[in-house]
Design a protein around this ligand. Structure first.
Ligand code: C2E
Ligand code: CA
Ligand code: CA
Length: 587
């Protein structure tokens, strides 16, 4: 492709005329692949080279010698700019001449040209001749336009991307009109990806993009923000129900069955709507956040529906935000503590493990179990710093136990890991460091990773599990039976233990099928040398069934609730000599 710098932009004076002439022709020659023009300003006659003429579709180059011929063909919108640039340069106001403009080709369409030129001046500096090149840069421009388009659009759906959407939203706020943002995501999209594969997932995204587009008006901005999230910006809203009927239309249009890979899918969306104007919002992020809160509400209310953002949601958000702020400070204020729940061997009745479970002594809300702040901690990525504090802290207490009871086998420490921890690149480094410095003995730790955590990011979960296993730590599959993993996972990962979820135990004695599943699991796990731990054992009846099935160990209120370290210390000292069963022979 031609470069666009045929003639260097510098002034030439008539006093150096012989050199200038040579330079000019040398340059013109060099630039022979470009169109050359040579304008005698005193006679107002211009010479157009054959390439110049050819670039606009004219083969006979001798016929035209007037500047008018050139300017008549320049696009009316670009003509002023070109003439002003020429004038400014010739008058010496600009020290070079360079201008892009559209020019009409003989065949009727426009080409984009770049002209550069230099003037030959008399000794007073007056331009007497003006020479330059004209290069066709239409293709380069197209390429530039394509790059700009690509930077602002999503490749898969060709819809505007987040950057362009935020820009349009910013303009809407600045232009002081009423607008609405509909923030949507596809219900259970992950299931499609997981069961039918990513190609099917992509196909579904494309179809849904077109359906959303079809439901909108020409002036609306429909964007894909990433993953399965789409956003629509509607401007110039006069009545709220316009937006409501758009939301209904989108929900209806999207929810028509689709055949992908010979399987019928009926996709559904959830939509969160935020209404806005320049008085309600100053930043696009604020609008998106409101719409996101409404989307969360729509999903919580059963998916496949829309919800408007309203002030009560704001209050809820503020209350969550204040809980978040409290939680951020809770570690420093030493409000977080670690409770331990014993894991009991069903053969000996002795404590073989201690599961570490976080508790928060909230100044106003009292003692909160992990369940009440864990989702928030995970959502806001606070679980990472919490874990960074809790892992070494709980290990230190385990060491204290070892020092206190040097003659008994210390229980292993069970530590829960959630998704943000597994995704955090520093997590493994930290554990590595603790092992290397001898601060923890990996063989005495069993990391518990829930089925949901594994499914949410199979690749990273596998990486982390393998790395922890290689370090010598034990790994347990937590919450087994909550419906997602299959027995094949027991083959795929190097699990040392699998923890039966409490929901299974509760139905074990009343539901034959579940009884058979647990029986099968225990049999299968034993054949792979994997321990089975039952969680949430609350009754003697449950315990008896587990004993009958040959389950290895169990934990639950039947044995003990999670307890603070001081109480656990007591219990370990007694129960490790005594066994739970011997203490309660009548049970
Ligand atoms: P999990 O790992 O399934 O822990 C068991 C949960 O069941 C605990 O709730 C425990 O107190 C409760 N539990 C134990 N025995 C019984 C019983 O017999 N009956 C009933 N109804 N419940 C019982 P908790 O402490 O609220 O913890 C909830 C979840 O929070 C844990 O579920 C775990 O996933 C997570 N979690 C707790 N501590 C940590 C932590 O340090 N890091 C991470 N990543 N997650 C944690
Ligand atoms: Ca657990
Ligand atoms: Ca569990």
């Amino acid at each position: 492709m031609a470069t666009t710098s045929a003639i260097p932009p510098k002034k030439i004076h008539a006093s150096n005329r012989h050199i200038d002439e040579e330079q000019r022709y040398a340059l013109a020659l060099e630039a022979s692949e470009f169109g050359v023009w040579d304008w005698d300003l005193s006679s107002d006659i211009i010479y157009y080279s054959p390439v110049w003429m050819k670039s606009i579709g004219i083969s006979n180059s001798d016929i035209e010698t007037s500047p008018k011929f050139w300017f008549d063909r320049v696009h009316p919108e670009d003509l002023d700019k070109l003439q002003l640039e020429i004038k400014a340069y010739l008058k010496g106001k600009n020290d070079h001449f360079k201008c892009e403009y559209r020019i009409r080709h003989q065949k009727g369409y426009d080409r984009v040209m770049l002209s550069q030129g230099i003037a030959i001046r008399d000794k007073n500096g007056k331009a007497i001749r003006f020479v330059g090149t004209q290069v066709d840069i239409t293709e380069e421009k197209r390429e530039d336009d394509r790059l700009i388009h690509d930077a602002m659009h999503d490749i898969l759906t060709d819809l505007p991307n987040r950057a362009l959407f935020m820009d349009r939203l910013r303009q809407a706020i600045l232009s002081r009109v009423n607008f609405a943002v509909l923030y949507m995501d596809i219900d259970h999209f992950k299931d499609v990806n997981d069961t039918l594969g990513h190609e099917a997932g992509d196909e579904l995204l494309g179809i849904i993009a077109r359906r959303i587009e079809g439901a909108c008006r020409a002036g609306d901005t429909i964007a894909r923000l990433g993953g399965d999230e789409f956003c629509v910006l509607v401007t110039y809203i006069t009545k709220g129900h316009e937006v409501e009927s758009l939301a209904v239309r989108i929900l209806q249009d999207v929810a028509k069955p689709i055949i992908i890979d010979e399987k019928e899918i009926t996709p559904n969306l959830s939509i969160g709507i935020a209404l806005g104007s320049s008085s309600s919002h100053t930043q696009p992020q604020e609008v998106l956040k409101d719409a996101d809160i409404a989307l969360y509400e729509a999903k919580g209310k059963g998916r496949g529906r829309y919800k408007f953002f309203h002030d009560e949601l704001m209050t809820e958000r503020n209350s969550l935000n204040s809980l978040e702020m409290d939680l951020r400070k809770a570690i420093q204020k030493e409000e977080i503590s670690i409770y331990y729940q014993p894991i009991v061997s069903l053969k000996t009745g002795q404590i073989v493990g201690l599961e570490s479970l976080l508790r928060w002594q909230h100044p106003k809300r009292g003692l909160l179990p992990a369940d009440e702040f864990m989702t928030l901690a995970e959502d806001r990525k606070l679980i990472v710093p919490l874990g960074e504090w809790a892992v070494p802290a709980s290990y230190k207490q385990l060491k204290d136990l070892q020092n206190l009871f040097p003659n008994t086998l210390p229980p292993y420490l069970a530590i829960n890991l959630s998704n943000p921890q597994i995704l955090d690149p520093n997590f493994l480094n930290k554990i590595n460091e603790l092992v290397k410095t001898g601060d923890i003995n990996p063989a005495s730790i069993q990391f518990e990773i829930g089925e949901r955590v594994i499914i949410a990011d199979l690749i990273n979960a596998e990486k982390t599990i393998m790395a922890l296993h290689k370090l010598g730590c034990k790994i347990a599959l937590d919450d087994f039976g909550t419906g997602y993993t299959s027995l094949s996972y027991l083959h795929r990962f190097p699990f040392d233990a699998v923890k039966l979820d409490q929901s299974l135990l509760q139905k074990m004695n009343s539901n034959q099928k579940i009884f058979a599943v647990i029986k099968g699991l225990i049999f299968f796990a034993k054949s792979l040398d994997i321990n089975v731990i039952a969680e949430g054992v609350e009754s003697k009846q449950e315990l008896d069934t587990l004993l009958q099935l040959g389950c290895d160990s169990a934990q639950g209120y039947y044995f003990s609730k999670p307890l603070p370290f001081e109480e656990i210390k007591e219990m370990v000292s007694q129960k490790n000599c005594m066994s739970f069963f011997k203490k309660n022979p009548s049970d």
